[in-house]
Design a protein around this ligand. Sequence first.
Ligand SMILES: [Mg+2]
Length: 93
Amino acid sequence: MRVLLVEDDVIVAQALQEASYVVDWVENGEVSLSVLASQHCDIVLLDLGLPGKDGLEVLKTISNQENPVPLLIVTARDDVNDCIRGLDRDADD
Ligand SMILES: [Mg+2]
């Protein structure tokens, strides 16, 4: 399984690598869209607070694509409104 981690916090990337997951890791929302345009990935793990392009904007772009890649939001934001916005933009539950 090919995982794209879009996260600007190195601790999350390290935790996945220490758990033996093989991930492609980018720290910038804009860059994540370029990566997705050029290579296959099976799932995206997406932070919301990102440089370059906010995670919800990245999610909106991905969900508007034909056959969007499955996507889970991984964020420290715990506001229920952020949760609702993510699900409204077709993040997987
Ligand atoms: Mg962040």
